[in-house]
Ligand binder design. Structure first.
Ligand SMILES: *Cc1c(COP(=O)(O)O)cnc(C)c1O
Length: 339
């Protein structure tokens, strides 16, 4: 189904000895290195999304995200390279240097950014963009990608990732983890991962660290994604229902590290950023700091065994994408989104 792969796989697994305690071994899956120009977890989702948009004959991709969204940036970078025009409806997010840099890179790459003043107006804006696209091209012109790239289609990229880890375990590159810790935003990463483990016949508890609220909605979203992804990923002789159930039973969601909500830094997250820096991992306050804090807590509370942290943030420098962009202020409609 993949036309030609976008990223570089398998991503490495490494041991983080410096942060090990009490006989627990700590490992990291380096999905920060899925692509040399821009890595992170969104690349794996685009492996399926972009070929499908091409197959459907779309010329534009319409998506949605927070103003500093990694998904919007990855979609803009790889979407425009594949020849698409990219439109994104952007919703507000607390202003940080990282968020500002992402928006600057989006605009330099030619993203057509549409500001939604509140989360409630985003679906209306998306609908009007899709309607105008089909009106101008007689339908089928625009391909819609949901927030975070988390459709069942996008999650297939993480089914592959789960199978990839299973192979690395089989090859003896790491021991079978007793727990895998991963960030849960829109849920496609965690959903795909557990379906991938189930397909590979691996039974590994996955701790999904929620970074967005309301949590009941995240739970519904993840359950739905696991079911739909299992339907797409099941082989002919496999029951999609049973595959989905096995996958879902591996996944536990926690809100213990959410703090004040999406994009709001926490003290334990800030400590995790410092710990990550000690071992060469760059973490962000919105997603990975919270998941890495949960990882360190897992190491603390266990006596022995193996913990694997699944790293989802790109570690590529944005400098090449920012070269030639100015520090001038954003247009007021976009500046308003940086709270
Ligand atoms: C998008 C993102 C996530 C969350 O992935 P979902 O599939 O949306 O749950 C985690 N970490 C980083 C760095 C991200 O950009």
């Amino acid at each position: 189904m993949i036309l030609s792969s976008l990223g570089t796989y398998p991503t490495p697994v490494e041991r983080l000895r410096q942060l090990e305690r009490g006989g627990v071994s700590l490992w990291v899956k380096r999905d920060d290195r899925t692509h040399p120009d821009y890595g992170g977890n969104k690349v794996r989702k685009l492996e399926y999304i972009l070929p499908e948009a091409l197959r459907q004959g779309a010329r534009r991709i319409v998506t949605v995200g927070a103003v500093g969204s990694h998904h919007v940036l990855a979609t803009t970078l790889f979407g425009t390279r594949a020849g698409f025009e990219v439109d994104a409806v952007l919703v507000p997010q607390p202003r940080t240097a990282h968020v500002v840099a992402n928006l600057r890179a989006d605009l330099a790459l030619g993203l057509r950014a549409h500001a939604a003043v509140g989360t409630w107006s985003a679906p209306l804006l998306v609908a009007s963009l899709l309607a105008s696209a089909s009106a101008s091209a007689g339908g089928g012109d625009a391909f819609y990608v949901p927030v975070g790239g988390s459709s069942a289609l996008g999650a297939l990229g993480y089914v592959d990732a789960g199978i990839e880890l299973a192979l690395q375990i089989r090859q003896g590159m790491l021991p079978k983890p007793d727990v895998v810790v991963v960030t849960v935003g829109s849920g496609g990463t965690a959903a795909g991962l557990v379906v991938g483990f189930a397909k590979a016949g691996l039974d590994i508890p996955v701790l999904g660290v929620c970074v967005a609220a309301p949590v009941w909605m995240v739970r519904i979203m993840v359950d739905w994604l696991v079911r739909r992804t299992a339907e797409r990923a099941a082989a002919h002789d496999e029951s999609p229902g049973r595959l989905g159930e096995r996958a879902r039973s591996m996944l536990t969601l926690t809100t213990e590290f959410l703090g004040g909500g999406y994009g709001v830094a926490t003290d334990v997250g800030d400590s995790a950023i410092l710990a990550g820096a000690e071992v060469g991992l760059d973490l962000d306050p919105t997603y990975t700091a919270k998941a890495f804090a949960a990882t360190l807590a897992e190491v603390e509370r266990r006596s022995g065994g193996n913990v694997l942290y699944w790293h989802t943030l790109s570690s590529a420098s944005l400098d090449p994408l920012l070269a030639g962009t100015s520090d001038a202020d954003f247009p007021p409609r976009l500046a308003k989104l940086l709270r």
